[in-house]
Design a binder for this molecule. Structure first.
Ligand code: NAI
Length: 256
């Protein structure tokens, strides 16, 4: 499928996990890709090889998106690489497992700056570019089921994803007249390195699977398929909401 012919996409935090799957899926569907991570390593180099083997262009930009000046420069540099930018996937995210009463300011900032502040100013830079070039754009924010449901011991993470829920609602309304669409994708439990401890601990995993009607974890490709739909013109009337990819986790209820 070539639904992203002549489209350029930036995917933040795309060295591994969901971000890498999104980059590969968008490329498979025809987009040229700007990859991002804190630094280029063999995973990024391998992705560049895979994407170029598909006949698409790929370029890696190193930047820590938790700092405002870095994320602003990342989006500007991404536009400069191929001369334009159509799709912004704000995927990079971090979490901290800690009792609420022990969370330090540094840990709070680490989570909030990556998951919310960096996205806020990355979008702002993209929107300024769209406005000054009189062009529309598509923004997809990688949220979480935890923009909606609680996650004890992950208070900063929940606050960041809850904030992202309202940021998306707000921006979809404010930017609709500019032909810029903004949506959230909310994964449930997806098999990526962020969940290594969960996947390596059978009793933790069993507990999680008990809460998932489909009784399995999702794959990064499951999330990427939804991202590709939202990024495409098939979703041209879709903005301002959140789409769950969670095996039924969020609205799960069963009588014992
Ligand atoms: P991951 O930890 O496997 O990958 C995240 C990537 O983002 C890594 O390559 C990491 O280096 C990069 N990254 C983190 N902070 C960064 C920064 N400041 N600047 C640049 N790159 C940075 O995580 P995963 O599972 O692929 O998660 C991706 C997104 O999906 C995150 O926003 C996460 O919150 C969200 N998510 C994941 C779920 C899951 O079960 N895996 C569930 C719900 C949401």
């Amino acid at each position: 499928m070539n639904r992203f012919e002549n489209k350029i996409a930036l995917v933040t935090g795309s060295s591994q996990g969901i971000g890498a799957a999104c980059a590969l899926r968008l490329a498979a569907d025809g987009a040229d890709i700007i990859l991002n991570g804190r630094k280029l390593d063999e995973r990024g180099e391998d992705l560049i090889k895979q994407i170029t083997a598909m006949g698409r262009r790929a370029h890696f930009l190193a930047a820590d998106v938790s700092h405002m000046h870095n994320v602003v420069n990342l989006v500007r540099d991404a536009i400069a690489v191929y001369g334009e930018l159509d799709i912004l996937v704000n995927n990079a995210g971090v979490e901290k497992n800690k009792d609420f009463w022990d969370v330090t300011e540094e840990e709070y900032d680490f989570v909030m700056d990556t998951n919310l502040k960096g996205i806020f100013f990355g979008i702002q830079t993209f929107v300024k570019y769209c406005m000054s070039n009189k062009r529309g754009g598509v923004i997809i924010n990688m949220s979480s089921v935890h923009e909606e449901i609680v996650f004890p011991h992950f208070a900063a993470y929940c606050a960041s994803k809850g904030g992202l829920k309202m940021l998306t609602r707000n921006l979809a309304t404010e930017l609709a007249h500019l032909n810029i669409r903004v949506n959230n994708v909310a994964p449930g439990a997806i098999a990526t390195p962020i969940n290594k401890k969960l996947m390596d601990t059978p009793e933790l995993l069993e507990n999680v699977l008990d809460n998932i009607p489909m009784k399995k974890m999702g794959k990064p490709e499951d999330v990427a398929a939804l991202v590709a739909f939202l990024a495409s013109d098939d979703a041209k009337y879709v903005t301002g909401s959140t789409y769950f990819v969670d095996g039924g986790l969020t609205y799960h209820y069963e009588e014992q």
